[in-house]
Write a protein that binds this ligand. Sequence first.
Ligand code: ADP
Length: 475
Amino acid sequence: MPFISLRWILLAGYAVAGIIPLLLLASTMLHSVQGYFVEERKKELLSQANVISGQLTSSNFLFHEDHRGDMEEVILETSQREDYRVLVLDSSFTVVYDTGYEDVGKTYLLPEVVQAMDNKDTANEQEDGTVYAAASIMGLSNQRSGVVLIVDGMKEVRDIVGDIGKEAYLLLACIVILLFIIMVVVSKVFTEPVKNLIGIIKEMSEGHFERRARVEQKTHTELVDLAIACNQMADQLEKVESSRQQFVSNVSHELKTPLSSVKVLSESILLMEDVPKEMYVEFLHDINSEVDRMTAIINDLLTLVKLDQKEIPLNFKEVDLNQMMAGIVKRLQPLADAKSVVLETDYVKEIAADVDEMKLSLAISNLADNAIKYTPEGGKVKITLDADHQHAFITVADTGIGIPEDEVNRIFERFYRVDKTRDRETGGTGLGLSITHATIMMHKGSIKVNSKEEEGTTILVRIPLKQQQPAAQAQ
Ligand code: ADP
């Protein structure tokens, strides 16, 4: 497709919508002006033909050939003054006098002459623009004895209309040129910001996310909206880019800590001489747990990456949520027992929902696991399952250490931990809640946190009972 700039489209639109109607209007107006002049001239010629015919009648022109000389002079003078030709015809349509002297003796069977003889004086415009005006001459005893025919080439009318036309088209040309200049300026005003935006977007696509479009608030047009939208997109891109960098730096940092431990542990054994076997075992044990930690981090990262790839759909099936929750609680019971935390459940009713059982189980386990982890000995964790006619609600409430108010919104971020040092001791990767959040979002659900430091945390998960696409298709 050839490149057509917006500017040319605007100019072409102006030509079609502005210039062509103006031209049409001018030519129609000229046409009616000409029509008006012709009509007026026809009336005038007819009345002059009548005047001449009256004179001819009273001088008995047709019947007294000897006295024609005076009358002929009068007619000739009039015809020269008025710039038209006058012919006098007798009752047999033969020309008896012609101011042009050419057609004397010829027969004129023109419709206008015939009609005049029939007492209907007429003036008609011919195809070549000439006007014929014919009036009858009365003879003796009121008989029609001949016709006066005026032939006018309408030069005067044509000259007048031509002059008007010239002036009109000159004026039109001035208007067109003026409008064209205005349009060029207007189209520049419209297309210049678009061009600027294109330049800025191109720079952004080359990685300069810090570039912003200028927003001129003087006039509020769609172009200003476009610039604002473009800047919002740039903000978003910058955010995504910085969170990507943050993520990479977090991953490196998280993996660096256990790797450094492994390095220190292995080097210290290598440098020592005569190391007792128990020490080997102890160091290897430590190295092993660091490797476990790295494995846990990498596994969590892989889970997150898989959840991020939205084209891999979840395996939705109708699942008995009561059974699913019982399974989770059974797995976590030993952990709670070991910490002397009471694990309480309240399944309000039987609930079945379209969920990906494996992924949702992991998501809810993360919540319950955290609740036990961050609740001191003797505390209580309560898991509730309830539903209305559209959603299932899973609540995990603990009486643990709680989360500071200003950090509640950040706990779903990758690698975010409230207390960095202590949490690493608890074995968490800081990725659990990110996985939970992503899973709930993929179920088109929502997750809310209520927490108070030293009092406890309640996390409420809401999941739709039915997923939009049928379970079979989602596989
Ligand atoms: P971790 O693996 O460190 O537990 P998570 O993503 O599961 O990572 O949780 C992120 C952070 O949120 C935790 O490090 C902890 O500081 C805080 N947190 C999560 N759940 C609770 C809870 N029930 N009570 C108090 N703090 C919590």
